[in-house]
Design a protein around this ligand. Structure first.
Ligand SMILES: *Cc1c(COP(=O)(O)O)cnc(C)c1O
Length: 374
């Protein structure tokens, strides 16, 4: 059987639709090799400090950070921040929303910490949502704003009736930069930049409230052993000096800074949220209208604006569809590997042009017509 070649005039201008790492704007990639690039220079000198300073101030502006909040960053990505939170932010016990692989991984990290009680788990099957509610003796509440493995979006609001000094930790890895949230509702809003911030991996960023800063200062000076790389208060001290504890990836910082400025220049989070809602809306409508497709997330209120999951009819082999799409240059529409569904998953992050999403639906129409006939 000869390979299917999608007509060139149907193809998106940029056909990278991954849910992370995700599309990086080409101008930004080119700037890494340009005359103003910091690549190959010391991270302890003013040009890189200016870059980190611009990232911190730009993010504070983007999310209208309340007075007293800090923007901290360091190496290791959101996964490292989970370990850091287990070391520096959870005192006795947490309550976690678990509704997919990423929210589960943080709960597992906390469960494995020998000095913490097992977390109180609020669990829902993939495609739906469970949020933690007030539990006695729990001082930390955690969930993911966007569950990247399933495409479920969660509200960001302090649970009612929790203890006054409780912390709310939001994994915003695939939400930040594409979905808005009120930081007054959160004590740690953390993410990696390879999703909506159209940069590369390896870095974590966190917005920290005064209560989170105080908890960390307290736990890192207690009897609990905290290695330097997991010491959040040390990371905050370095961040305040526009530095990181150890050597950062300069390309990741450069591309993150460019994307933060790009978003601010276009109208900030309102603009970004409108754009991701437009892109995802095109796909959800397409899936609802196509006889061989359906949105995986049943409840329209839980459908993510930044990661769109679409189930395909049994007569279509999604794996084969993704393989043919890739051969045509349309990459990374594969489902999350462990979810195990006959599905595609499309990142509609803020760097993605809605016109490219429109073009993707035309390509999917074209492919579905032909794959079924074979
Ligand atoms: C991608 C992702 C992570 C993991 O990020 P890393 O940078 O690979 O550590 C964690 N949580 C969510 C919600 C994600 O989407």
């Amino acid at each position: 059987m000869s390979e299917l070649i999608i007509p060139a005039d149907l193809l998106p201008a940029d056909a990278r639709f991954g849910s992370g790492p995700s599309r990086i704007r080409r101008e930004v990639l080119e700037s890494l090799a340009g005359p103003d690039s910091v690549m190959g220079t010391s991270h302890r000198e003013p040009p890189v400090k200016h870059l980190v300073s611009s990232i911190r101030s730009g993010l504070a502006e983007l999310y209208h950070l309340p007075a007293g909040y800090e923007v901290a960053l360091g190496n290791g990505g959101a996964t490292l921040f989970w370990a850091m939170a287990a070391a520096c932010l959870v005192r006795h016990r947490s309550a976690n929303g678990v509704y997919g692989e990423f929210s589960r991984k943080f709960a597992r990290t906390l469960q494995a910490a020998p000095y913490l009680a097992d977390p109180a788990i609020f669990e829902a099957t993939p495609g739906s949502l469970a949020l933690p509610t007030a539990v006695r003796g729990v001082g930390t509440y955690a969930w993911a704003q966007n569950e990247t493995s399933t495409g479920v979006i969660a509200p960001v609001a302090r649970p009612v009736d929790i203890d006054e000094d409780s912390l709310v930790l939001i994994d915003a890895t695939s939400a930040a930069g594409g979905v808005n949230a009120d930081m007054a509702e959160v004590d740690a809003y953390y993410f990696s930049p390879q999703k909506n911030f159209a940069s590369d991996g390896g870095l974590w960023v966190a917005f920290l409230s005064p209560a989170a800063l105080a908890r960390s200062a307290d736990l890192t000076s207690s009897a609990r052993w905290v290695p330097d790389i997991l010491n959040l208060s040390m990371a905050v001290d370095n961040s305040q000096a526009d530095q990181t504890v150890n050597t950062p990836a300069l390309a990741t910082l450069t591309m993150l800074e460019a994307q933060v400025r790009w978003l601010l220049d276009r109208g900030g989070m309102n603009w970004a949220a409108h754009r991701t809602a437009t892109s995802s809306g095109i796909l959800y409508r397409w899936a609802e209208d196509h006889p061989l497709a359906a949105p995986f997330v049943r409840d329209p209120g839980l459908r993510s604006p930044v990661v769109v999951t679409i189930d395909l009819d049994r007569s279509i082999d999604a794996e084969e569809l993704c393989r043919i799409a890739r051969a045509n240059g349309i990459v990374d529409i594969d489902p999350y590997r462990k979810l195990g569904r006959n599905q595609i998953r499309v990142g509609t992050f803020s760097a993605v042009d809605p016109a490219d999403v429109e073009a993707l639906t035309a390509c999917l129409d074209w492919l579905l017509e032909r794959i079924r006939r074979r």
